[in-house]
Design a protein around this ligand. Structure first.
Ligand SMILES: *[C@@H]1O[C@H](CO)[C@@H](O)[C@H](O)[C@H]1NC(C)=O
Ligand SMILES: *[C@@H]1O[C@H](CO)[C@@H](O)[C@H](O)[C@H]1NC(C)=O
Ligand SMILES: *[C@@H]1O[C@H](CO)[C@@H](O)[C@H](O)[C@H]1NC(C)=O
Ligand SMILES: *[C@@H]1O[C@H](CO)[C@@H](O)[C@H](O)[C@H]1NC(C)=O
Ligand SMILES: *[C@@H]1O[C@H](CO)[C@@H](O)[C@H](O)[C@H]1NC(C)=O
Ligand SMILES: *[C@@H]1O[C@H](CO)[C@@H](O)[C@H](O)[C@H]1NC(C)=O
Ligand SMILES: [Ca+2]
Length: 527
């Protein structure tokens, strides 16, 4: 064991600036307390976790068995690929196996028998997890590297893809791009997608088998040639737009567009020497955990960050339930060497000067004349200094916590039946006279609904229509011709009143007689 001071030094050296610890117990005057730091998992060989798919179907050699030869030995076509014989098969998984005893194992395609049709193959690698490159991607080709290929990446599980790097023995000819090397890049354009000729020219199949995507050389632009100044890189990761994303991916895809040709043109008389063969794909990367985890483990077949700081999600990309006092934030590499954890804090915990918005706002503003800090633009139908109330017209969802997006439910009061669109704490609206129900969309007994509740005009019990009238939908009595009135209670012709002629001609004749008679009487008495 190391002597104590040396051990301490050793621990410090490995802890500082590595972001490999999420927390540690430190002793203070008030006793031991946890300190929290920005943290990230260590780099790992991600080929162990990748799922490989090759396209098109039938591109892998050996079904049916076929012979092939090599560029360096073009007239000795005695090698055989046979999918049904384990010793002669070259299935895709040999691109990610762990080779033992120096025995090289490789995936191999069919030969270019269909020339001049291009020999195309896609290799798609999926992780179902956001990863961040930590060193060069390295693809090892046996029997020569392709003369044209593209490396693509996806950051959204294969929904969208973008080129990562182009490779060709002649960039201008293949992609109409100027050939570049990573060393042509400067800190300002290091995320530029380039075409490189470095890995595609014929140098003999044994001399250089590797095609690289240069991560180290790009890091070195900030961290120095031996990556001795990683702090500077991490500082740039925080400040330079797109830098972190450039190294982030969930899937990679190699599009092999033309095989090795041996430094010359395609020789049609011997197409059995043209094919692709890959013995290894190295993808050194770490799980992207947004600086909230130092471990990333395989759970149920998928990589999963072991989230700290009260975060959760595959990439620790959100706050745990009940810890949404503030909006989620990724941890930060700054300030070096331990960074800022940006911990999710418990909802409802006293926060001092720290303004809580329960995750419904990510902006606070200081109101000078009230001397308070208040949340701005509360979302999810909340309102209040801490977005802790529901907006008018909404009520609190009793089964949701204050930091839940569903915390406020619309009152949904019936516009015609209710006085206004607000409701009480359990969602009951305030009803107009005669209206009923939580939303005021019903009527009390004795009322009928017609764009609101109105008292019944007639019914079958208390407000019976009379004289043979019938009650129509509680709204009116339909009366026989001789009667009128709300309940048909009134005869159309009562004594002493003028009767409507049309309805009863016999009566009106009598009335006329009566009138004539009284006129005569009046005339007689006058004389
Ligand atoms: C390879 O992938 C690209 C992009 O999805 C697609 O256009 C192309 O057809 C694929 N090639 C093969 C051989 O499957
Ligand atoms: C991808 O990972 C997520 C989260 O771990 C999981 O729910 C999902 O089933 C995985 N998908 C596949 C295809 O494995
Ligand atoms: C990157 O910038 C450097 C210097 O600013 C320039 O010389 C170089 O051509 C640029 N590279 C690319 C690929 O644009
Ligand atoms: C997460 O929440 C638990 C429970 O309240 C608490 O004990 C722990 O200290 C929190 N972790 C951090 C990093 O704040
Ligand atoms: C109330 O909140 C719970 C928990 O989030 C949610 O499942 C439910 O849908 C919410 N109710 C309404 C009516 O939104
Ligand atoms: C809301 O109003 C209903 C009906 O008047 C009542 O039963 C309920 O208790 C009220 N809820 C609250 C929280 O006041
Ligand atoms: Ca292998």
């Amino acid at each position: 064991p190391l002597p104590r001071p040396a051990m301490l030094l050793h621990c410090l050296a490995s802890a500082v600036g590595q972001y490999n610890m999420c927390k540690s117990l430190v002793s203070t005057d008030e006793g031991s307390v946890w300190e929290h730091y920005a943290c990230q998992p260590s780099p790992a060989s991600m080929k162990d976790y990748m799922r490989i798919k090759v396209d098109p179907p039938g591109i892998t050699c050996g079904n049916p068995p076929e012979r092939f030869c090599t560029l360096e030995n073009p007239y000795l076509c005695s090698d055989e690929c046979d999918a049904s014989n384990p010793d002669l098969a070259h299935p895709p998984q040999l691109m990610q196996d762990r080779e033992r005893n120096g025995l090289i194992t490789y995936w191999q395609t069919v030969t270019w028998g269909r020339h001049p049709e291009p020999l195309l193959a896609n290799i798609t690698m999926s992780w179902n997890k956001s990863l961040e490159l930590t060193d060069d991607i390295q693809i090892t080709f046996e029997y020569g590297r392709p003369t044209i290929m593209v490396l693509d990446k996806s950051m959204d599980h294969g929904h969208s893809w973008q080129p990562f790097q182009f490779y060709a023995d002649d960039c201008q000819d293949a992609f109409n791009m100027q050939p570049k090397r990573v060393r042509d890049l400067s800190p300002t354009n290091l995320t530029r997608v380039i075409c490189t000729e470095q890995y595609s020219r014929w140098v003999g199949s044994k001399n250089d088998k590797n095609v690289k995507f240069e991560v180290r050389e790009r890091f070195a632009l900030f961290a120095g040639p031996r990556l001795q100044n990683m702090d500077n890189l991490y500082t740039r990761m925080e400040s330079m737009k797109g830098l972190r994303d450039f190294f982030t991916f969930t899937n990679l895809r190699m599009r092999l567009l033309r095989p090795a040709l041996g430094g010359t043109y395609v020789q049609r008389d011997n197409l059995l020497k043209y094919f692709y063969a890959i013995s290894n794909i190295e993808v050194p990367a770490r799980c992207k955990c947004n600086l909230h985890a130092s471990q990333c483990l395989l759970t149920e077949g998928n990589l999963q960050c072991q989230c700290e700081h009260n975060t959760t999600g595959q990439d620790c990309q959100k706050c745990k339930k009940g810890f949404k006092a503030k909006s989620w934030k990724a941890g930060s590499y700054l300030p070096a060497p331990t960074g800022t954890p940006n911990t999710c804090t418990i909802a409802g915990s006293p926060s001092g000067s720290n303004c809580e918005c329960y995750g419904h706002s990510n902006r606070c503003s200081y109101i000078d004349y009230l001397n308070i800090v208040t949340c701005v633009s509360c979302k999810h139908n909340t309102r209040g200094q801490n977005c802790q109330h529901c907006r008018l017209g909404y009520f609190r969802n009793a089964s949701a916590e204050l930091d839940d997006e569903n915390v406020c439910i619309e009152c949904n009061c019936n516009q015609l039946g209710s006085i206004h669109d607000r409701c009480n704490g359990t969602g009951f609206c305030q009803c107009k006279d005669g209206a009923a129900g939580a939303k005021c969309d019903d009527c009390l007994p004795g009322y009928y609904w017609k764009q609101g509740c109105y008292p019944n005009v007639c019914d079958e019990e208390m407000l019976l229509c009379q004289n043979g009238g019938t009650c129509h939908m509680n709204q009116k009595c339909v009366c026989p011709p001789e009667f009128k009135g709300v309940l048909c209670q009134q005869s159309r012709c009562e004594a002493g009143k003028d009767c409507n002629g049309a309805s009863s001609p016999r009566l009106s004749t009598a009335a006329l007689l009566l009138c004539t008679l009284s006129y005569l009487l009046a005339t007689l008495s006058h004389h």
